[in-house]
Design a protein around this ligand. Structure first.
Ligand SMILES: [Zn+2]
Length: 445
């Protein structure tokens, strides 16, 4: 066996060069990376030191001393990449690279804040990936028509202040001055923290990005789910970020003596709610597709060992890219809940408490990502983002698309979060190529 393998390469090289020397050379050249995977790994490893936990991973909440220190590091990298760095009044960091024409900005980036006991890849890959793209463009002295800008959005996870995608939501105009007085556990307001970030809270809404200012927004991110990893597909083309609807439901039965009330005369709210939980799961599973539905908790009243539960509260959350599917599932769920009410002799009422519309990715931007991956012979698959993202906010004001890379075993928001360095490098190179493709394609007269 060894002999054959040893002998093979010379023979193959000889045949290939004989048959199509040009095609071979072009192919090899087109697959050469522009970004430096090792340098990217180095910056990601350095970033992981800010807020590192003993068990691995990080705790780097938005609006914290740890976040502040990490931001300093990131801004230093941006300056090294020759970018013009500025911070907007919401704390979002931008690094601008001039273009040769007067055109809207092509924006790309992610976030560097984490959840409590989070991992080293969620947000970080897209943030360091964006900066690596800028460094590679500088190395290659590449000129673009559009101005390019790397962005680090503030407090995406929202573990601090309970407001997710905070920076991008202010930029998109969906949040404004109303959030400034929100207090954290220490009694500090968001306004106080913005001042610590050297910003004037009174100018918060100046962070709004007007429609038309951006040619597009691209975000590289880990999938945070198992699809790419299990299917061994290196690049995911995000179709959009799912819409989320949440209802609060209350089951009213009758609290009574657990010993003296015969089984056929009970109005047991918990028995009914238990059926409701399974009804939600059944309805969501009955549809084709990647939709998800969850009952996250049950609050049982009075909650005593010898009392039949008289009242139960629970939330229902449904997520999908298609809002009509969400509404259809909810109708089915309501029918089932009504049937369960009758069978269990209780009354259930639900009210909508939270609602975010799905954000669709832009077809042109998605095509560019597919083309970029194809030029590297990397397989792609289309999939939705089941998690919330800054990109869903920016979709309100500009065309948006996301590049996903695999998450090992689909684990995220955990110290065990992991994406191989090869997958990280692939994602950054696809980002690099997508941006150059779009720079050539967009805003042509
Ligand atoms: Zn994220």
């Amino acid at each position: 066996m060894n002999k054959i393998i040893f002998g093979l390469p010379t023979f193959v090289i000889w045949v290939v060069s004989l048959v199509s020397p040009v095609a071979h050379a072009q192919n090899a050249d087109s697959q050469t990376f522009h970004i430096d995977s090792q340098r990217l790994q180095g910056t990601l490893e350095k970033l992981s030191e800010f807020g590192r936990n003993p068990e691995g991973g990080v705790t780097r909440l938005g609006f914290s001393e740890t976040d502040l220190a990490a931001r300093e590091y990131v801004m230093g990298l941006m300056k090294e990449a020759g970018l013009e760095v500025r911070i907007d009044p919401a704390g979002n960091i931008f690094g601008l690279r001039a273009g040769s024409e007067k055109l809207p900005i092509l924006l790309f980036g992610s976030h560097i804040d984490s959840v409590l006991h989070g991992g080293n890849f969620d947000g970080d890959v897209g943030s360091m990936g964006a900066i690596e793209v800028m460094r590679a463009l500088k190395d290659g002295s590449v000129k673009t028509r559009h101005p390019l800008e790397a962005v680090i959005w503030t407090n995406e996870e929202g573990n601090h202040f309970g407001i997710g995608t905070l920076g991008s939501a202010v930029a998109s105009g969906s949040r404004g001055a109303e959030i400034l007085e929100v207090k954290d556990e220490q009694g500090l307001t968001l306004g106080d923290w913005l001042r610590r970030y050297d910003q004037n809270p009174l100018h918060l809404t100046d962070a709004r990005i007007p429609k038309g200012a951006l040619a597009g927004f691209l975000e590289l991110h880990i999938e945070q789910g198992p699809n790419l990893y299990e299917d061994k597909v290196p690049i995911g083309v995000v179709q959009g970020i799912v819409g989320i609807k949440r209802w609060d439901c209350v089951v009213n039965g009758f609290a009574n003596h657990a010993g003296t009330t015969p089984m056929n005369r009970r109005k047991d709210a918990l028995a009914a709610a238990s059926k409701d939980v399974l009804a939600v799961r059944d309805v969501v599973r009955a549809e084709e597709g990647r939709q998800v539905g969850t009952v996250g908790y049950l609050k049982v009243n009075p909650g005593a060992v010898n009392v039949i539960p008289g009242r139960v509260e629970f939330p229902v959350e449904l997520r999908d890219l298609d809002s009509t599917k969400v509404d259809r599932m909810w109708e089915h769920i309501q029918q089932k809940l009504t049937d369960i009410d009758k069978a269990e002799n209780v009354e259930t009422r639900c009210s909508l408490v939270d609602h975010s519309e799905p954000a669709r990715a832009d077809p042109k931007l998605q095509t560019a990502i597919r083309e970029a991956a194809k030029s590297l012979s990397l397989a792609t698959t289309d999939l939705p983002s089941l998690a919330g993202q800054d990109a869903q906010e920016i979709a309100r004001i500009a065309p948006m698309a996301m590049i996903f890379v695999p998450s090992k075993d689909g684990i995220s928001h955990s110290p065990k979060e992991f994406t191989s360095w090869q997958d990280v490098g692939n994602g950054a190179e696809v980002l690099y190529r997508s941006i150059l493709l779009l720079d050539g394609q967009l805003d042509r007269r």
